[in-house]
Design a protein around this ligand. Structure first.
Ligand SMILES: CC[C@H]1O[C@@H](n2cnc3c(N)ncnc32)[C@H](O)[C@@H]1O
Length: 484
């Protein structure tokens, strides 16, 4: 099937669906799409992700959502109920394990068996495909808030079929955001097509009256990704999802650390995504935003980690993000205990509650940052439309090949890999090397000027050493990687 950014026909969709459901035995359990939709229709409104996100947006509230996933079904249910009841999570995940993300369901079977033997999770997440629709429905029926699959799966087609048939009304990911940061040699054409399938399935549920939320993965490589780069990817994935019939879209952004720039990024993301959707004829989408607490290296000291978590929570609230993804005091170590996960949520909720109703007021600085981010984002997206001759999917594949969008520190061989970021003197993330990103001269000059201010302040050359110092800075307890 030729790649293009056009809604799939029924023949195209059901032709692929037959083959997908045969890739693991639990696919049989979701063969009847009508029945799957009937079950999803039975999910009450308070457990519908799209509805809860829209309500929070209208009320100006920032919701808190953790990450969480373990191998065994009963333990996973116990974990989620604990994070809901003791932590106060407004939304719940199921973080899917790494084998499922690679479609290695046979390894999941082994992991589940071994976890049963030793009595603890030997998988780094919930193996949703192996637990099948029955298992995933048990998870949904055990909790009282909406449920989302969070993962990093280039080919999530079977997982998506199963979670939506189980009434999970949100799915994270996208053909770019779950490829470039997560895979080494999977073509962008392949993953855009596979995620068109996932979005078309959501479109079919929507057309049958079931609202399902889609969330492109904002943080990308979780390093210091310039806001306009991650915003551009989020908007491109939102546009491709809308073409397949998705209506509820949460565009995401990973905290960079400078308050004004982070607030500007969320405000720019919300309004520019709305703009691009409207200008491309998608007038009935509901766009919300998600702010990911700092995704880079964390301090091992738990008290300092709580400082990072609170700081991210405050920024999310002041930005007016619709939801914030919660980190834990075990971030520097790895998968958190349920207690540590719960503490991360409570710290976050406390900060959100204290700031409820307060948002950062507009200022000259904030206005400038919003304008810069929007202008940079526009340069990238409009170039994709141009080289795709109006087709965004074709433009995205060509654009990555040409370095029009270039994600720092990405493992994918399909990423251009020439752009390099660094923080300016206030910690805002700027472009140190532009690679082939098609910025105007004034946008390039703006970035150069901001980095030169830092060089002058630190008495050193502007260069890659700043990037290296910035990568380690937060883990060492500061934002800007000052020379030692
Ligand atoms: C995107 C990476 C983030 O997801 C977190 N993460 C990955 N797997 C799990 C997991 N199984 N439970 C809780 N947090 C998790 C990880 O700690 C990191 O903060």
């Amino acid at each position: 099937m030729e790649l293009n950014n056009k809604k799939w026909t029924d023949d195209e969709f059901y032709g692929v669906r037959k083959q997908i459901l045969n890739t693991w035995e639990t696919g049989k359990g979701v063969a009847d799409l009508e029945k799957n939709i009937e079950y999803a229709k039975s999910v009450p409104d308070h457990k519908n992700f799209a509805k809860k996100m829209e309500k929070a947006k209208n009320e100006g509230i920032t919701l808190a959502q953790p990450r969480a996933g373990v191998a065994l079904l009963d333990k996973h249910i116990e974990l989620l109920r604990y994070l809901q009841d003791d932590g106060g999570a407004d939304l719940l995940p199921s973080t899917i394990d790494a084998y499922t993300r690679l479609n290695r369901y046979d390894e999941c079977e082994v992991g589940i068996e071994e976890s049963r033997k030793v009595g603890r999770s030997l998988l780094n997440g919930f193996p949703g495909v192996n637990h099948g629709v029955e298992g995933c429905r048990r998870v949904l029926e055990a909790v009282n808030v909406p449920l989302e699959a969070r993962h990093g799966t280039p080919d999530a087609r079977l997982l998506t079929e199963i979670i939506h048939a189980a009434g999970w009304t949100s799915n994270e990911g996208g053909g770019i955001s779950y490829n470039i940061p997560y895979a080494k040699s999977v073509s962008i054409e392949r993953t855009i097509k596979d995620w068109q399938y996932c979005d078309r399935l959501v479109g079919i549920y929507e057309e049958a009256g079931v609202s399902i939320n889609r969330e492109p993965f904002g943080p990308l490589t979780g390093t210091i990704v310039p806001p306009s780069t991650s915003n551009a990817v989020a908007i491109v994935e939102a546009l491709m999802a809308a073409e397949q019939g998705v209506k509820s879209i949460t565009v995401g952004y990973g905290q960079c650390g400078n308050l004004i720039q982070d607030v500007a990024a969320i405000r720019a993301l919300q309004s520019q995504c709305d703009e691009y959707l409207r200008n491309n004829g998608y007038n009935d989408c509901v766009v919300t935003t998600v702010f990911h607490q700092w995704m880079g290296g964390f301090p091992a000291d738990e008290a300092k980690a709580f400082g990072v978590i609170s700081n991210g929570s405050a920024t999310a609230a002041l930005a007016g993000a619709t939801k914030v993804i919660v980190k834990t005091p075990h971030e520097a170590i790895g998968i958190p205990t349920k207690e540590a996960n719960c503490e991360g949520i409570k710290t976050t909720k406390m900060t959100l509650n204290l700031l409820q109703g307060q948002q950062l007021p507009m200022s000259e600085q904030l206005k400038t940052e919003i304008a810069i981010i929007k202008a940079e984002t526009k340069c990238m997206i409009d170039k994709l439309f141009e080289i795709g001759k109006g087709d965004l999917a074709i433009g995205a594949v060509k654009g990555f090949d040409m370095g029009v969008i270039d994600i720092p520190f990405a493992p994918s061989k399909y990423n251009f890999g020439k752009m390099m970021p660094a923080r300016d003197n206030n910690g805002a993330v700027r472009y140190l090397k532009f690679g082939n990103i098609p910025f105007t001269k004034e946008l390039k000059d703006y970035n150069v000027k901001k980095l030169e201010e830092r060089g002058k302040f630190e008495g050193r050359e502007v260069g890659f050493q700043m990037t290296v110092d910035d990568i380690f800075a937060v883990g060492k307890g500061r934002l800007v990687g000052r020379p030692e």
